[in-house]
Design a protein around this ligand. Structure first.
Ligand code: ADP
Ligand code: MG
Length: 287
């Protein structure tokens, strides 16, 4: 009777946009007590837009866009889009370098320039005013990118990526079922907490380097938790494989989809709730 029950569960789930790779995955789902979410593209829409510029806007955007032109990061796309809207053309830079989980650096007019997180604020001058503005913007759930030139911060770009309309409801449903919800992100602590508060997430693990995401899942498992991880990005693949259940967004990267035991066809966290309900129904029937 077991395989039939599992098959039924799986067929019904497919109709609801929840693709479950095999029966073992379904069993693992029924044991989950913790759901960990990537932020960008999973909880949020994943289409960040520039909202504020601190400093001389033309200068700040010119330098930022010139460096970001060689980057594939979603924040780079936001900056390039804003530059284009303001009719600012990027200029050619030398010795471009992407610093994973931190930002980008290059030679701009024979000076070292960088665009990225506060992790790049080593050995640079930044005014008290800029620091205060950065904190304010982060409390508004905006990611702040620092623009540096020749060891001085010349401006800030604030970038906002709003939660998907369905995220709050899905998270409330998971909490109603007694699950602990966690956000795991490379973004700044203040920004992460602001977005977590908007959608009702219980716990935040922020400023995590891309390579350390899987290790954070392992830490929760070592505390005895049964963990599902929901993500979409290239750097989410190790966490998806490490989790007891990896749930990939169907809109995500191929490598994320391959690493997930479950794939959500719709780009919507309510699929996580459906996966839980399906597994529960299936196993109730077997028992
Ligand atoms: P996420 O977990 O949201 O995918 P990442 O690990 O990719 O975040 O990046 C962490 C942080 O590093 C970003 O929030 C940003 O501050 C900075 N960063 C990374 N890449 C870039 C870039 N190309 N331009 C500007 N900032 C960047
Ligand atoms: Mg992501």
């Amino acid at each position: 009777a077991t395989p039939t029950a599992l098959m039924v569960g799986t067929a019904r789930s497919a109709k609801m946009g929840v693709l479950i790779k095999n029966g073992e995955v379904l069993q693992a789902v029924s044991d989950i007590d913790t759901v960990v979410f990537d932020k960008t593209g999973t909880i949020t829409v994943g289409k960040p837009v520039v909202t504020d510029i601190v400093g001389d806007p033309t200068r700040v955007l010119t330098i930022a866009a010139s460096l970001e032109e060689s980057s594939e990061h979603p924040l780079a796309a936001a900056i390039l889009h804003e530059a284009q809207a303001k009719e600012i053309s990027p200029v050619k830079v030398d010795q471009f370098e992407a610093i994973e989980g931190k930002g980008v650096r290059a030679n701009y007019n024979n000076q070292i320039a960088f665009v990225g997180s506060n992790r790049l604020l080593v050995d640079v001058n930044i005014s008290q005013e800029m620091i205060t503005r950065a904190k304010q913007l982060q409390k508004e759930a905006k990611t702040v990118v620092y623009v540096g030139l020749d060891k001085k911060i010349i401006g800030l770009v604030a970038i906002q990526d709003v939660p998907k309309p369905s995220s709050k409801e899905a998270i409330a449903e998971l909490k109603r079922r007694g699950l602990m919800t966690v956000m795991l992100t490379g973004d700044n602590e203040r920004v992460a907490h602001a977005i977590a508060a908007e959608v009702g997430i219980d716990k935040v693990i922020a400023e995590v380097m891309p390579n350390d995401k899987a290790q954070q899942i392992k830490k929760l498992q070592d505390k005895g938790r049964k963990v599902a991880f929901v993500g979409d990005g290239i750097n989410d693949a190790p966490a998806l494989s490490t989790a007891d259940v990896g749930i990939a967004m169907g809109s995500g990267t191929d490598i994320a989809i391959d690493s997930g035991g479950i794939v959500l066809v719709q780009n919507d966290l309510r699929g996580v709730v459906r996966a839980l309900d399906i597994s529960q129904k299936t196993f109730n029937r077997i028992k």
